[in-house]
Design a binder for this molecule. Structure first.
Ligand SMILES: *Cc1c(COP(=O)(O)O)cnc(C)c1O
Length: 233
């Protein structure tokens, strides 16, 4: 990690690119940035706080979230789970996270709801959608989303779904990347018409360091930025 000045410059340059993209497409609302701090340790993250002025951080591994949650407790960071979550880890991190964006199967929803019940609280969640063929990409298939949402709404009242998340195909082909983002935007539009109780579709978490401008053009409300902010992992 470089020093404060470099981080400040990176952030400014990212904000400029976001503003330009929004102007080009005539988008008037704010795009949120979720800084993704995976692999960077608690000390490094603490140093970035005064520059970034952000209070939500994304992480993809349960163990890392747990460690950083306790290390950085005094900073009141809201940790957001964005990676594949195994059932046997739910219990150990449920109290460390304020949101999960990688909700991708009913058994996970069941386990999360069960743990939340013990602690008498709710959690924000986005449903991860599979928009690319790679086996490494998790998520609900677009055609299965409505049924999934209905089941979560009916059975797991502590999970408050507020949108969708996806990771685009890893490719240089911009059309393919765009098509992943377009798929979940259209899916969001379709599902929104159904008015499922306690489910809303306000948030689309899509776009990473290499493809966030395409994601914004396709309707992203939150981009998840790792390497472009913090440097190479
Ligand atoms: C690592 C990660 C990111 C950030 O990736 P960068 O390309 O470094 O910006 C975003 N989303 C998920 C789900 C990730 O695992």
């Amino acid at each position: 990690m470089n020093n404060d000045k470099f981080l400040q410059e990176r952030l400014e340059s990212i904000n400029e690119r976001i503003t330009k993209t929004c102007q080009r497409i005539g988008y008037g609302k704010q795009i949120s940035i979720l800084p993704v701090s995976k692999t960077f340790n608690s000390e490094v993250i603490a140093e970035t706080l005064k520059i970034l002025k952000m209070k939500r951080f994304g992480e993809n591994r349960a163990q890392e979230i747990k460690t950083k949650y306790y290390d950085l407790l005094e900073h009141n960071i809201e940790w957001v789970m964005i990676g594949n979550l195994q059932l046997n880890k739910v219990n150990s991190i449920i109290n460390c996270i304020g949101e999960i964006q990688s909700l991708d199967r009913l058994e996970l929803a069941k386990s999360i709801d069960h743990q939340l019940q013990k602690n008498n609280r709710t959690i924000k969640a986005l449903v991860q959608i599979k928009t690319s063929p790679e086996p490494s990409k998790h998520g609900i298939y677009p055609d299965d989303l409505l049924t999934f949402l209905q089941k979560v709404s009916d059975n797991f009242p502590r999970i408050k779904i507020s949108g969708l998340m996806t990771v685009a195909e890893l490719t240089e082909d911009k059309d393919k990347i765009r098509s992943c983002f377009r798929t979940i935007r259209k899916l969001r539009d379709k599902v929104s018409k159904h008015n499922i109780e306690s489910v809303n579709m306000d948030n689309l978490s899509m776009g990473m360091s290499k493809d966030f401008e395409i994601a914004i053009e396709e309707g992203s409300t939150e981009i998840r930025l790792g390497s472009i902010l913090f440097g190479h992992r």
